[in-house]
Design a protein around this ligand. Sequence first.
Ligand code: SF4
Ligand code: SF4
Length: 178
Amino acid sequence: MSALTPRPATPQRLPPSTSAGNPCFPTPRSEHPFDVSDTPDMPAAKLALPERACDGCILCCWLPDIDELDKPANRPCRHCRAGDGCSIYAERPQTCRDFLCLWRTDLRFGDHWDPKRSGMMLYRQGLQLTVLVDPAMPDAWRAPPYAEALVDWATTLAATGGYVIVFVGDDVFKIDPR
Ligand code: SF4
Ligand code: SF4
């Protein structure tokens, strides 16, 4: 893995609206924003996994920067209420409605990738597989089984020009493929 300096300009933005879903708790729904094997221009559209729910996770209301909310990275959204989820759920921005992390949509990400357990949320931004790490668990991505899985994905994605970037607070790392 190699450290990147300086930090990319727009590292932790949620992806554009390409799928229906929800970030903060409720209603598991709909389309899948990412597939490790997708080509970059393939609009992924697969159903969210009905057996998985956000269930109290609020990482995507804390870790990414979100333009529509003027929300910086690694700060809680002003609408996020611990234990209660989104205080404006019915009126939340489209970006929030459209987002689901990969654990919610892809069984290849096993239960150990549940953001509540792993301390990480993953999603794809074009060629980039983005991994946002909870600063409260800054070394989670370096430990097994996560470290090896990240290298596996970096290797898989490299075949189609993709790559894996890990954000931990202000630190940014690119995972080297095998
Ligand atoms: S990071 Fe994933 S599991 Fe957690 S709230 Fe967001 S979509 Fe749900
Ligand atoms: S408005 Fe804020 S609290 Fe509500 S879903 Fe979006 S990021 Fe989460």
